[in-house]
Design a binder for this molecule. Structure first.
Ligand code: UGA
Length: 449
């Protein structure tokens, strides 16, 4: 099938690359001409495991192409994925102006009827508005535009694997033909007939993937409801951690045992600095806002948001207690990305830590395997080091902010010799408190003694 992808950000690139790898002909477009030129030259503008490999092979095989001519891209696709940004507005609502802009482009540039698939995360009812806009902008053209909602459940860092091995594929449609087309687009994934770039063709046996056909409103709601629930779960674990500190219990023992109940599940119960990234904080806000507009008070989500915002303060209570005065102290920050295996620093709790340290006059020495170049432009006053041991040199404290494996595997005996003081404040609960104390460290983490 000929597919167009409008918007070559994170979601657009992963979607385009994976669908090309699965056998479709994909043309991608973006208003950022520099990005298109980069992609045409074979450069991958984001860090995502496996993405460079599949983009390279798809480009070589002629399965993917890039153009800054949106009209050309729109005309080439039987189905068009809209993957543009929906950033939050001041009031928490999603800014849908990019979607509206693309709707106008599709309606005016198309020369044949199209299936328009909303992939960007949007509040419920956006699909219906999109259809209305397409109809209005294409008045008298004689073309028809069908609309589908196909929310993505990709996690940064494992997005390619998530695309090829999804838990579920959700498709919101208004008619049988759209359902049939969506099934055709995802047929290689449903039938597992693709050559998996993650497992080199030898995927572990797994149960068949479900393609869930719903209404457009439901599909949109499923996305926000899922992300908000996961955010809620993390905040719940964080409150349990606070309680453990007061009562003298261990949050890992508690959440591990809770998670063994399949009704609860073990994932997303890791306590620490809280959630960040471009999805959870903004989706939570948008969902609360959406509920408010229809008169439903989503108090539990407001509480989850509040709990999350307080994590940085709680972390700094620990830092202050351990260091007393922060001003003038040399402090190592391990981790800048909002989570491991990504270079994304948007709404990163680690960067909030950096900002607060700088505000209080600390000398910050930071390390991160992928996020240094992005952080440099935001915080040029920080001394950045590729090697975490260089960041620890002469530091009076190490603040662990992102759960990268390289930090998990650090040799603290070696690090201790480099540091001015053996003090670790761990915002991600990466180490055993007993082991750290054995090594002569003063060690603080969340919800553990
Ligand atoms: C999230 C969802 O997990 C995806 O399913 C969804 O498709 C995506 O948003 C999206 O809407 O596009 P992502 O933002 O990549 O994916 O990151 P997550 O792995 O979900 O982590 C989010 C944040 O929660 C990170 O800051 C992470 O450190 C934090 N977290 C996660 C915890 O603090 N504790 C946990 O137990 C798990």
């Amino acid at each position: 099938m000929h597919l167009s992808v409008v918007g070559c950000g994170y979601v657009g690139l992963v979607t385009g690359a994976c669908l090309a790898e699965a056998g479709h002909d994909v043309v991608c477009t973006d208003i950022d001409e520099k990005r298109i030129a980069q992609l045409q030259a074979g450069e991958v503008p984001i860090y995502e495991h496996h993405l460079d490999k599949i983009l390279e092979s798809a480009l070589k095989a002629g399965k993917i192409s890039y153009t800054s001519d949106a009209g050309d891209a729109i005309r080439k696709g039987d189905a068009i994925f809209i993957c543009v940004g929906t950033p939050p507005k001041e009031n928490g609502d999603a800014d849908l102006s990019a979607i509206d802009h693309v709707a106008r482009q599709i309606a005016t540039e198309a020369r044949s009827s199209k299936l328009v698939i909303e992939k960007s995360t949007v509040p419920a009812r956006t699909g219906l508005e999109l259809r209305r806009a397409l109809t209005a902008y294409s008045r008298n053209s004689g073309l028809t535009f069908r609309v589908a909602s196909n929310p993505e459940f990709l996690r940064e860092g494992t997005a390619v694997s998530d695309f090829f091995h999804p838990d579920r594929i959700v498709v919101g449609v208004e008619d049988e033909n759209s359902a049939r087309d969506m099934r055709e687009i995802y047929r290689p994934i449903l039938e597992r007939s693709f050559r998996c770039p993650v497992h080199n063709g030898t995927c572990p046996a797994g149960s068949a993937v479900d393609l869930l056909i719903t209404t457009i409103n439901s599909a949109e709601l499923i996305k926000h409801a899922s992300n908000s629930f996961l955010a809620l779960k993390i905040s719940y674990a964080n409150v349990i951690a606070d309680l453990c500190e007061k009562i003298g219990a261990n949050v890992e023992e508690v959440t591990h045992a809770m998670g063994l109940d399949p009704r609860i599940g073990t994932q997303f119960l890791r306590a620490g600095l809280g959630f960040g990234g471009f999805c959870f904080p903004k989706d939570l806000q948008a969902f609360i806002h959406l509920a408010g507009t229809v008169g439903v008070d989503f108090d539990i989500l407001k509480a989850a948001e509040r709990v999350n915002k307080q994590r940085i303060d709680k972390f700094f209570d620990k830092v202050r207690q351990a260091l007393w005065v922060i001003k003038g102290k040399r402090v190592a920050v391990l981790g800048l990305a909002f989570k491991a295996n990504t270079d994304d620093i948007r709404f990163s709790p680690a960067l909030e830590v950096v900002r607060e340290l700088l505000r209080q006059g600390a000398q910050v020495q930071a390390s991160d395997p992928e996020a240094i170049s992005r952080s440099k432009t935001l915080y040029p006053a920080v001394a950045y080091h590729e090697d975490p041991y260089d960041a620890l040199q002469g530091a009076e404290a190490a603040l662990v902010c992102t759960e990268w494996d390289v930090f998990q595997d650090l040799d603290w005996e070696r690090a201790g010799k480099l540091m001015a003081r053996r003090l670790v404040i761990d915002g991600r609960n990466l180490y055993s408190p007993a082991r750290m104390r054995e090594l002569g460290f003063e060690y603080y983490s969340f919800g553990r003694e």
